[in-house]
Design a binder for this molecule. Structure first.
Ligand code: E4P
Length: 218
């Protein structure tokens, strides 16, 4: 399973790259706004830190505008993945960019039908938002199960299921059980996956006992 980091904060990405947990990065206009930085600069910096796909989202809403922005964004670095929303113009843009060999992430997916359209448009990734579905009382994981099952029926679909809007470690564990290809994780969720109080307690006890022996390994 691939781990993407869902942030535009370069310091967070850098430390997770050092940990060896970054296969790619996703950003969106809200995350760029939160970073307070110019989009083209922050995307270029992130692309230099990780060789994996770095999603940069268009903000035009019409086909011509999306295509022009997508073509601009993909020139920032070879590993830019252009992100488009799941609208009619977004699907047209996806198809046009994918035919040119550009990686496209189709975002804001909330139904299995939308995921089928994205696959037919040649998306490299489909981003179903589990947390936002949970927020309105629907089961986000049911959507992941449906898309994984549907895509598995059609080997000609090359689109990878990129679970987005992940809020906690259970979302990640459930996504992995369902066989989702990618999860994009906020940095704090990666840290939550790492930490366990029994690991800390166990290590403290081992070190206390070791100290009593008076030994040192080296
Ligand atoms: C990633 O590609 C998405 O934009 C992101 O996961 C959305 O997460 P949110 O629902 O927590 O804003």
């Amino acid at each position: 399973m691939k781990f993407f980091v869902d942030t535009a904060e370069v310091a967070d990405i850098r430390s997770l790259v050092e940990l060896g947990m970054v296969d790619g990065v996703t950003t969106n206009p809200s995350l760029i706004a939160k970073s307070g930085r110019k989009m083209s600069e922050v995307i270029a910096e992130i692309c230099a830190i990780t060789p994996g796909p770095v999603s940069a989202e268009v903000t035009a809403t019409d086909f011509d505008g999306m295509l022009a922005e997508g073509r601009y964004l993909r020139e920032i670095a070879p590993n830019v993945c252009v992100k488009v929303p799941l609208t009619e113009a977004g699907l047209r843009t996806c198809k046009a960019l994918a035919e040119d060999g550009t990686l496209v992430n189709v975002t804001l997916c909330f139904s299995p039908g939308q995921a089928i359209l994205a696959a037919k448009a040649g998306a490299a990734f489909i981003s179903p938002f589990v947390g936002r579905l949970d927020d309105i009382g629907q089961d986000g994981m049911e959507l992941i199960a449906d898309i994984v099952q549907i895509y598995a029926n059609y080997p000609q679909f090359k689109t990878e299921v990129l679970v987005a809007s992940i809020r906690h470690p259970i979302h990640l564990i459930q996504s992995a059980k369902l066989g989702a290809h990618v999860a994009t994780l906020p940095p704090n969720v990666i840290r939550q996956l790492l930490n366990h109080p029994l690991t800390d307690k166990g290590l403290a006890a081992f070190l206390a006992d070791w100290k009593k022996t008076g030994q040192s390994i080296l």
